[in-house]
Design a protein around this ligand. Sequence first.
Ligand code: ADP
Ligand code: MG
Length: 375
Amino acid sequence: MSAITLKSVKKRYQKSLVVHGVDVTIEQGEFVVILGPSGCGKSTLLRMIAGLEEISEGEILIGGKVVNDLEPRERGCAMVFQNYALYPHMTVAGNIGYALKVAGMKRVQRDAKVLAVATSVGLETFLDRRPGQLSGGQRQRVAMARAMVREPKVFLFDEPFSNLDAKLRVAMRSEVRRLHRDLGVTSVFVTHDQTEAMTLADRLIIMNAGKVEQVGTPSEVYHRPASRFVADFIGSPAMNLIEGVFDAHGFFNYGKDGRLPVDLGSRMAGRKVSLGVRPEAVRRAQPGTSGAIAATVDYVEELGASRLIYASNNGHQIIAVDTSSATIPTGSQLHFTFAEQDMHLFAAEDGRRIDTGIADPRRSSSPANDLTIKA
Ligand code: ADP
Ligand code: MG
């Protein structure tokens, strides 16, 4: 088990900077997920930790030791990829035990070790099969067992489940979580799938275009996104985000003539921001409620336990989660409000979060704290 520290780690390919100075410490035994859209530099960062890619600037430490100049095999990392890269002509046992054989471990010892590891991932009855005779999920397990058998200090996963169907991905996710609980090995897992990331991670490193946007627990990145990018990327359906500007009269002005009473006092007057509210924090209001946003229903999506209302106001789409059973015809007018502490603000200049000084949005909203209504 080992902590991993990245100090101003950069990667340049020719002239283009693809990883812009990453500073982060992954604690010993922690499960950290690197999450971001395709092409943002996740694999590059992971491969630099593994030693498969040279770093252009900065330092990487594993277990307190600088590993910049160490070969991949000297770093104590085991990597699991999306394309499992199993040897097709070898059996499951052969694939799992290959590294031990190369290292010169005796047959008897090796067989015992292979059996133990195979059993821990549910492969004990498949030891004599070849990869071609296995399902995608079983092959993925062989790849994991092959990594585990080396008893690495660090597990590195690069989108290992992207080839699997939805159900299997969920099953593999809990398997990886269980293995991590049992083995306690420091793990770094790369994915572009936010659900996978949120369910697996102790902490997430959210990346965008080679930069780290936020490092935080799933709850932190969801409830206090550090940037507009994170706010938009995490959560499904995505957060409602409206661009506008505050005035000195206690209003948020958006679109052609949208005016929302949000009194943040004079300090925000003239500030251009994105105002965000999660769909589940948007509440239905009675018609005539002053300060409520009137919107026309475009369509309703049934999800079973709840439904999503897609409505528009002043050219902006508003998505609201609705748990009532009332009929909502397309084209009807609804009114929406939200509690002040459920509001997120991001500066227009750089997309960074603006602290409004309003209580933590994680606390449940109470009607008493609803927006200051200005008639
Ligand atoms: P991700 O894993 O997040 O999808 P990558 O780390 O694979 O992203 O790639 C990050 C960026 O670096 C991309 O723009 C990609 O085109 C570029 N890149 C990756 N490998 C190379 C390479 N060997 N040469 C030049 N550019 C590369
Ligand atoms: Mg990648």
